[in-house]
Design a protein around this ligand. Structure first.
Ligand code: NDP
Length: 259
């Protein structure tokens, strides 16, 4: 998988307001941070957004904000990816099949940090939870959504990685390893779907961004120096729309890498 920092000049990417009109896009971890900004952006550009998350109140607030901003009516999927079982995924498949018959975009944004601690002392249950939410659930959801994605005329799967998913760093533990897994999953799936003209699979590295997760990593950091989620949305929108047709198996940085 190539690292396409120079794929497009995102500073000058100005997508039209209706770029995603008519598309159905599922965003995991939509209630907060980068996922919330992505869901708002997709709705702003005309997509019907499926808001998946574990905290209903946050999803309901976002739902209201999307409608108040004039976006298409979204849907809420209350699902905890740490606990979801086969029947929960099946209910999601059934709901999307009945309502839309396809899925045009899948943003695997949800993630957890786990502990910042040496491997020697890493809590085993935490390790398993992080690997499950950040990697295994991404695999299960992707696998579940494949028939709906293949039913789309132009589908895009976007995984979310991290700088520590490309080069390991001390104390990032399960989080870093899970993101290496995401880079790998992107490559494997992209290779397997190479011949599907209507399906692209790519990976984004947001870089250091002003969210709760980043605050947990570096609580003392000057947050004003970090980009807000809304400021890194160009690649998120680009990959979901028709402008990224033919972009496949790429690992893209949203900003000069820091984290
Ligand atoms: P946040 O912690 O701010 O938000 C994470 C979102 O994921 C929340 O909405 C959270 O839900 C949701 N989530 C967590 N666990 C689950 C679960 N078990 N089931 C369903 N939803 C869940 O993180 P960011 O916005 O910062 O990160 C988004 C993505 O970007 C992550 O994949 C992260 O690894 C990646 N990233 C972030 C960077 C940064 O600097 N912020 C840098 C590099 C990568 P709830 O609101 O209920 O807690």
């Amino acid at each position: 998988m190539k690292n396409t920092k120079q794929l497009i000049d995102f500073n000058n990417y100005k997508p039209s307001d209706d770029l995603l009109s008519g598309r159905v896009i599922l965003v995991t971890g939509a209630g907060d941070g980068i996922g919330r900004a992505a869901a708002m952006s997709y709705a702003h550009h005309g997509a019907t957004v499926i808001l998946l998350g574990r905290t209903v109140k946050k999803l309901e607030k976002l739902y209201d904000e999307i409608l108040a901003a004039g976006g298409p009516r979204p849907s809420i999927v209350h699902m905890d990816l740490a606990k979801a079982q086969g029947e929960h995924y099946q209910a999601l498949i059934d709901g999307l099949t009945d309502e839309f018959g396809r899925l045009d975009g899948l943003l695997h944004n949800a993630g957890i940090l786990g502990d910042m601690t040496p491997i020697e002392h890493y809590d085993i249950a935490t390790w398993q939870r992080v690997l499950h939410v950040n990697l295994t659930a991404v695999f299960v959801l992707t696998r579940s959504m494949m028939p709906l994605l293949k039913a789309s005329a132009d589908a895009s799967v976007v995984m979310v990685s991290s700088g520590v998913g490309r080069r390991g760093r001390a104390y990032w533990g399960a989080y870093a390893v899970s993101k290496f897994g995401i880079e790998g999953l992107t490559q494997v799936l992209a290779d397997e779907t190479e011949s599907h003209d209507n399906l692209r699979v790519n990976c984004l590295n947001p870089g250091a961004t002003r969210t709760q997760m980043r605050y947990m990593v570096r609580p003392g950091e000057d947050r004003d120096k970090l980009k807000r989620p809304e400021e890194i949305m160009a690649p998120y929108v680009f990959l979901m729309g028709p402008d990224s047709r033919g972009v496949h198996g790429q690992s893209i940085d949203c900003q000069p890498s820091r984290g």
